[in-house]
Design a protein around this ligand. Structure first.
Ligand SMILES: *[C@@H]1O[C@H](CO)[C@@H](O)[C@H](O)[C@H]1NC(C)=O
Ligand SMILES: *[C@@H]1O[C@H](CO)[C@@H](O)[C@H](O)[C@H]1NC(C)=O
Ligand SMILES: *[C@@H]1O[C@H](CO)[C@@H](O)[C@H](O)[C@H]1NC(C)=O
Ligand SMILES: *[C@@H]1O[C@H](CO)[C@@H](O)[C@H](O)[C@H]1NC(C)=O
Ligand SMILES: *[C@@H]1O[C@H](CO)[C@@H](O)[C@H](O)[C@H]1NC(C)=O
Ligand SMILES: *[C@@H]1O[C@H](CO)[C@@H](O)[C@H](O)[C@H]1NC(C)=O
Ligand SMILES: *[C@@H]1O[C@H](CO)[C@@H](O)[C@H](O)[C@H]1NC(C)=O
Ligand SMILES: *[C@@H]1O[C@H](CO)[C@@H](O)[C@H](O)[C@H]1NC(C)=O
Ligand SMILES: *[C@@H]1O[C@H](CO)[C@@H](O)[C@H](O)[C@H]1NC(C)=O
Length: 538
């Protein structure tokens, strides 16, 4: 029969298939070569720092191995600056990794567009009658059409599940970061509250000299401002980021759904031989596939930046003393300074508590005779419990003795020991050992003391970035693997969908054509008898 001369299928689409496959291969090659193990570099750096004990005074480049990519801004030399988001060369070199996909998108757009245009011309102007039918070509195109349609469907499923998981892991990460920011803001707010309470003292400042008052005032304003700013920024940014994530998810779901529908409809129309509809879908698909290839590039870029950031966080956590690109963002003080700060807060707590206790033991809890003014103010009744000092005089931790009032609630405890005073003399007229004035000043001292005791360590952790390091460690260990994996899934799904739908488009056309020829040949065979068609075609 008419099986011998089968080279009548237009060569352009096949050429295009080859080109696409070649480009895709080169993309995967590039991607694969980027995923060298970055941990090794980290381990080596860590071992060097720990092993030799040399204080590294140069700048540590974060994720240096991973980020060694060609930099188009620097004559395609390898970029060597490590993870540094304030460096345009970093962005250029990361962006360059996605370039192949943008090239594929452009190539697809131009070449497929041209092919489409040329085949249009071919069908419209030239030989409407030059039909060739080959059973092998027909079968092959049907098989490939089915194969690519199934691939497209699988790609859509991968894309759908991948984006779902990616959205989940980004949302979880965001939640974690927000909760850490919330915790910080809340702590700062509490510190500022306790400083504000320390400010509210009576007329004469026995415990807090006035210059200290002014300092506390300034610090309190600063801390309160930081707390308010942090809280509002966190709120605003997290909402914005969440919105972007939700939009991205919606967009990806729509893409997956549209591509699925396109692949399915194209397959059906093509099988049923609905030429016109197939051509409409081909034109729609041509543009959509260009878009998805561009999106692939964007996701590859995202995937690489996520990977770099995770490795950079890891290395930063492992090298607490090194100077890094993160120093611009996170100004951390060194451990010695932090220890010094912590000691200072302990010292102040200790001394304030000590002063309060001396007043309690030497004045309030002593029954003076009336001629010992001003120590005598008619104090009477049960003894006021002294404050529990959380530190010994050498600033080591101290456990409370029974009967001592806890720093956290001493104010409530002491409220029961306040007497009423006659206004001019300031002498107690009722039972009690603390005048309201003394009470309010002691409360202020306790509030300050407690604030420093309770939140001092946290402030120091903020100061030396321990808090941030812990947060980063948590992110890098618990959230990064998911982020990396699912951004890769989404990327892979997009590539699959783009490639499979792109190839399907080509085979819709080829198959529809083969089918038409088959129908034509059959009809022709019926009219003229078998065996004649081949000769007729030429
Ligand atoms: C640190 O760097 C400075 C100049 O950048 C240099 O003078 C000094 O010797 C270096 N110290 C160490 C321990 O490498
Ligand atoms: C953070 O704080 C804001 C406002 O205070 C609150 O709406 C949000 O739920 C908190 N988020 C987390 C994760 O705790
Ligand atoms: C801040 O203070 C409030 C009320 O005193 C308390 O409920 C909360 O646990 C404190 N927050 C932190 C982080 O200590
Ligand atoms: C902190 O500042 C806000 C406004 O900036 C103010 O409403 C709030 O009372 C202040 N809190 C303290 C404890 O000073
Ligand atoms: C990061 O890039 C900026 C801008 O190019 C540069 O000033 C800075 O020194 C770089 N930081 C590191 C650690 O390389
Ligand atoms: C800070 O103090 C802790 C104990 O309080 C000690 O283990 C640590 O080595 C000190 N760090 C520095 C840098 O002095
Ligand atoms: C209070 O009494 C103790 C002994 O009980 C004494 O060491 C201390 O100096 C006295 N403090 C004042 C302020 O009088
Ligand atoms: C104060 O706190 C201590 C322990 O934290 C508790 O035993 C005591 O009952 C509290 N007192 C008041 C009046 O809340
Ligand atoms: C001293 O306090 C007692 C109550 O403990 C009261 O009865 C007495 O009137 C007070 N003396 C003066 C001079 O106010």
């Amino acid at each position: 029969m008419a099986s011998s001369k089968s080279h009548s299928t237009p060569p352009l689409p096949f050429l295009f298939v080859c080109l696409t496959l070649f480009l895709l291969c080169s993309v995967f090659d590039r991607v694969a070569s980027q995923s060298h193990n970055p941990r090794l570099g980290t381990a080596v750096v860590a071992a060097e720092v720990a092993g030799d004990g040399i204080v590294d005074n140069s700048t540590l480049l974060l994720a240096e191995d991973r980020t060694r990519r060609k930099d188009p801004l620097d004559g395609y030399k390898k970029y060597g600056g490590g993870w540094n988001i304030s460096n345009e060369h970093y962005w250029a070199s990361v962006g360059y990794t996605a370039a192949p996909l943008f090239v594929v998108a452009a190539a697809w757009f131009v070449i497929f567009g041209l092919t489409l245009f040329l085949s249009c011309c071919y069908y419209c102007c030239c030989s409407q009658r030059r039909y060739g039918y080959s059973r092998a070509a027909y079968a092959l195109s049907l098989i490939l059409l089915t194969f690519f349609t199934i691939s497209a469907i699988v790609g859509c499923v991968v894309l759908y599940t991948g984006q779902g998981k990616f959205h989940g892991s980004t949302t979880d990460t965001l939640k974690y970061v927000v909760s850490q920011a919330n915790l910080t803001a809340e702590n700062l707010h509490n510190v500022s509250d306790s400083l504000a309470a320390a400010k509210k003292t009576g007329v004469d400042n026995v415990f807090l000299p006035s210059e200290l008052q002014t300092k506390i005032d300034q610090i309190e304003t600063k801390i309160n401002d930081s707390s308010v700013t942090l809280a509002s920024r966190t709120d605003k940014n997290s909402h914005q980021i969440q919105n972007v994530l939700d939009d991205a998810r919606l967009a990806l779901i729509i893409i997956a759904a549209v591509m699925l529908g396109l692949a399915f409809l194209g397959f059906i129309f093509s099988i049923l031989g609905m030429q016109f509809l197939v051509y409409i879908l081909v034109v729609i698909g041509w543009i959509l596939v260009t878009g998805t290839f561009i999106l692939c590039g964007v996701f590859l870029l995202l995937h690489n930046v996520v990977g770099d950031t995770c490795v950079a966080m890891d290395e930063w956590v492992l090298n607490p003393t090194a100077h890094t690109a993160l120093d611009d963002i996170l100004p951390c003080v060194d451990g010695a300074t932090a220890n010094e700060t912590l000691l200072r807060t302990k010292e102040v707590t200790y001394q304030l508590t000590d002063v309060v206790n001396q007043v309690l033991t030497n004045v309030s809890n002593v029954n003076f005779s009336p001629n010992f003014r001003p120590l005598y103010y008619n104090q009477s009744g049960p003894l006021v419990p002294v404050l529990c000092n959380p530190f010994h005089s050498d600033l080591s931790d101290r456990a409370c003795s029974p009967g001592e009032a806890d720093l956290s609630n001493a104010t409530q405890v002491w409220r029961n020991y306040v007497c009423q005073v006659s206004s001019p003399s300031g002498i107690c007229t009722t039972v009690g050992r603390l005048t309201p004035d003394m009470f309010s000043q002691m409360s202020a001292a306790v509030s300050l003391s407690y604030g420093l005791y309770r939140y001092g360590p946290f402030l120091v952790q903020l100061q030396d970035c321990t808090f941030v390091r812990d947060t980063f460690r948590e992110i890098s260990h618990n959230y990064c693997p998911g982020l990396r994996r699912y951004s890769k899934y989404t990327y892979a799904g997009l590539v699959m969908v783009s490639a499979a739908v792109g190839l399907s488009l080509i085979f819709w056309v080829i198959y529809a054509r083969e089918r038409r020829h088959r129908v034509y040949t059959k009809r022709f065979d019926e009219a003229t008898g078998p065996g004649y068609a081949a000769e007729y075609k030429g």
